[in-house]
Ligand binder design. Structure first.
Ligand code: XMP
Length: 308
């Protein structure tokens, strides 16, 4: 049986022994990178720096949550605020794959700069077994280029340390529990809200989507059964609405809720109509720029979970 206590103490010993210089780790707020950062921190103390690149494309309050948890765990961390750099580089870009690549490249640029500044010679990663075990020909990657912190080693000239390499998700969850790390939020794509804005990304659109997402999240949290993933997509087309006695051409958003186990296939979640109506009213009342809300009833396949 897997014992988080002995795994942690053995791994801490091993890292202390193997790592002879400073180390950095990119944290995303997800469970794997948080657990890896905590183990590395137990082994190396202030010689490891956890770096959170704030792209400005995350959800409302996300940066604050990450900051709180890293501080509570006693991890040496830095939050790198780079919203304007990301928005600048994304300006006018509409192709989903180009958007992903720009975000991936910018992330690496920022991370490399921070790692150099810290004088790191090691890179700790939260890679777990399913990240590197070949999965039926890598269907996922041929459909969308997935930017996540796992993409770093090819580009960064640092020695790699992967404390969770042989573990599966349930074991990582057990370690998280051992450390008192709170249950993590739903899966969230590395490129963040940029792939939930159809077409070009602007600060106004990101702000709109952040507000709509937060309304959806608070409604969904009231449900007895919370879907595996749930989010809002800001569509590129305008649609006609009425405000008082005026015609307006507002934005349309789509709500996407899916159930899945690993994201490879998924079913749309049959959210009660009453809840959907409430979500629609809350969004259009709270955000006057949005005049229409639609619900996505497509499984994966044929659709992917994200719209871009
Ligand atoms: P798709 O849209 O490919 O999504 O059906 C499957 C799962 O992967 C997440 N996703 C991403 N995660 N970088 C990530 O780290 C990405 O570029 C990316 N695109 C999709 C998606 O949220 C879902 O959980």
């Amino acid at each position: 049986m897997f014992s988080p206590e002995s795994f942690v103490s053995e791994t801490v010993k091993k890292i202390k022994n193997d790592v002879t210089g400073r180390a950095v780790i990119a944290v995303s707020g997800g469970i794997d990178s948080t657990v890896a950062a905590k183990i590395a921190s137990d082994a190396l103390g202030s010689e490891v720096l956890a770096i959170y690149v704030d792209t400005g494309l995350m959800r409302l309050g996300e940066e604050k949550d990450v900051r709180e948890i890293l501080a509570r765990l006693g991890i040496n961390y830095r939050i790198s605020q780079e919203e304007s750099l990301f928005l600048e580089r994304l300006k006018g870009k509409t192709d989903p794959e180009s958007k992903r690549k720009i975000i991936g490249k910018t992330f690496i640029d920022v991370f490399e700069r921070e790692a150099t500044e810290f004088g790191a010679s090691y890179l700790v990663q939260g890679t777990i077994a399913p990240d590197w075990i070949e999965s039926g020909g890598g269907l996922r990657d041929t459909i969308k280029s997935h930017h996540n912190v796992g993409g770093l080693p090819e580009k960064v000239n640092l020695k790699i340390v992967e404390p969770l390499r042989d573990l599966y998700k349930d074991e990582v969850r057990e370690i998280a529990e051992h450390y008192g790390i709170p249950k993590m939020r739903q899966p969230f794509p590395g490129p963040g809200l940029a792939v939930r804005i159809i077409g070009d990304v602007t600060k106004e659109k990101v702000d709109l989507l952040k507000r709509a997402t937060s309304i959806l999240e608070s409604e969904i949290s009231e449900l007895k059964e919370v879907p595996w993933q749930y989010f809002v997509v800001l569509l590129g087309d305008r649609s006609t609405g009425v405000h008082g006695d005026r015609r307006v051409y507002g934005s349309t958003v789509a709500i996407r809720c899916v159930n899945s186990t690993d994201g490879m296939t998924a079913n749309f979640t049959p959210i009660p109509l009453e809840t959907l109506g409430k979500i629609s009213r809350d969004i259009t009342n709270g955000i006057p720029e949005i005049s229409r809300v639609v619900y996505d009833v497509t499984d994966k396949p044929p659709a992917t979970i994200e719209w871009e």
